[in-house]
Write a protein that binds this ligand. Structure first.
Ligand SMILES: Cc1ncc(COP(=O)(O)O)c(C=O)c1O
Length: 395
């Protein structure tokens, strides 16, 4: 079914993005030149260690950070666990505030702290998935000791006011972590200008390889983090396990690409991708069965979250629609990739107050640098075909 005349359109960049060309060539070179163990003392090990540090330096340049602010780990899940559990372990239990729309990586890490005597409070969100600011003062009072807030929500795309919350946390000296996994795929923020103490990111959402992510942290906080595993002194003793310079080089190449697109305002980065996304939304919404979910304007620039109804005005199954879209040659998702394999309720839509019947009708389309704007009409046609076919099956 797919081929040059009938290409397959990948609209699931929030699950994982295709590797960028620059990443592939950089990793091939690194695999040839830096395959050793960075801890070995011979020249092969030294080459690997040097490659790892070059990758760290490159990432620090892309993100306006210092080299020593970057810790490499396996991905965003590990990074968020290290940020929250690693920090909580060095203090007496208190309250950890997270939003009610966190990715499971953060929600599960928070949950583990309950057994250690911590209480978890979820910051309520409004119908757009945005935290309700009237709770700010109360939630930052004692016994709150850590705050963690997802920056760009992966399922519904809503952006959170991390600047305001971060500054409020800073004024109360409360460590603030943000899960920036989806945000960094579209632009490199300047770490030095962010009121954030710990930031989580993952390479594979950015066109880099899977299996590597990072934790950015302020130096003042480093000594307050306890490693999650023992057995090695890598990453300044904070993350045991042999580092992979090849993956680190791949992640560095992805961030270089993103930063240079941002600097040159190339068509498909940042606001460029937002205009492509908006053009697709305008086409899709000609069909009354499709309505946007999440915040209408304060949302990830590459992200569309929708609720879809059938011809009787009833919710259409998001999972069935994703399978129908695949048959039409479109890769999409019915929610976050981590939950799309299950037919369970969406805790994110629940927190936003979406009616239980509609919580299974979510459709997520996420774009990226690989999308050609000239194909939007065909993408829309195929989506309408998939909806028509589903409606036909209902008849
Ligand atoms: C917001 C967010 N946080 C964390 C993760 C987990 O990322 P990783 O696959 O790198 O562990 C994801 C992946 O979907 C995500 O979207």
């Amino acid at each position: 079914m797919t081929g040059p005349e009938h290409p397959y359109f990948y609209l699931d960049g929030c699950a994982t993005a295709p590797l960028r060309e620059s990443v592939i060539s950089c990793m091939i070179r690194a695999q040839q030149e830096s395959w050793g163990n960075p801890s070995s003392l011979h020249r092969i090990g030294c080459d690997a260690a040097e490659s790892l540090e070059r990758a760290r330096l490159s990432i620090s340049n892309s993100l306006g950070a210092d080299r020593s602010d970057i810790l490499f780990c396996s991905g965003a899940t590990e990074s968020a666990h290290l940020a929250l559990i690693g920090l909580a372990k060095t203090q007496s239990p208190g309250r950890l505030v997270i939003s009610s729309v966190e990715h499971p990586a953060v929600a599960a890490a928070a949950q583990q702290l309950v057994a250690c005597g911590w209480t978890i409070e979820e910051w309520p969100v409004d119908a757009f998935g945005k935290i309700q600011m009237e709770h700010l003062d109360r939630l930052l009072q004692a016994p709150t000791k850590i705050v963690s807030l997802i920056w760009g929500q992966s399922e519904v795309g809503t952006l959170q006011p991390i600047q305001v919350v971060g500054e409020a946390c800073r004024s109360k000296r409360i460590p603030f972590h943000t899960d920036a996994t989806q945000v960094l795929s579209q632009g490199c923020p300047n770490w030095n200008e962010l009121p954030v103490d710990l930031l989580t990111a993952s390479a594979h959402k950015c066109g880099g390889p899977r299996g590597i992510g990072l934790l950015l942290f302020r130096q003042e906080i480093a000594e307050r983090i306890q490693p999650l595993f023992a057995g090695g002194e890598q990453e300044n003793g904070l993350r045991a396990g042999t580092e992979c310079p090849v993956l680190a080089q791949g992640m560095a190449a992805a961030f270089r690409d993103i930063a240079s697109c941002q600097a040159n305002q190339i068509e498909l980065s940042g606001s460029g991708i937002a205009s492509v996304r908006d053009a697709l939304l305008a086409l899709l919404c000609q069909n009354d069965a499709i309505r946007l979910n999440g915040h209408p304007t304060e949302r990830l620039p590459h992200h569309l979250s929708m609720l879809v109804s059938d011809r009787h005005g009833q919710p259409m199954s998001g999972r069935a629609l994703v399978r129908a879209l695949d048959r039409e040659g479109i890769a999409a998702s019915s929610g976050s990739a981590c939950s799309s394999g299950r037919d369970s309720d969406s805790p994110i839509l629940k927190a936003m107050g979406v009616d239980p019947l509609w919580r299974r009708s979510g459709l997520r389309l996420s774009l990226g640098y690989w999308i050609n704007p000239a194909t939007l009409t065909e993408i829309n046609d195929r989506i309408q075909n998939a909806i028509d076919r589903m409606n036909h099956n209902l008849a």
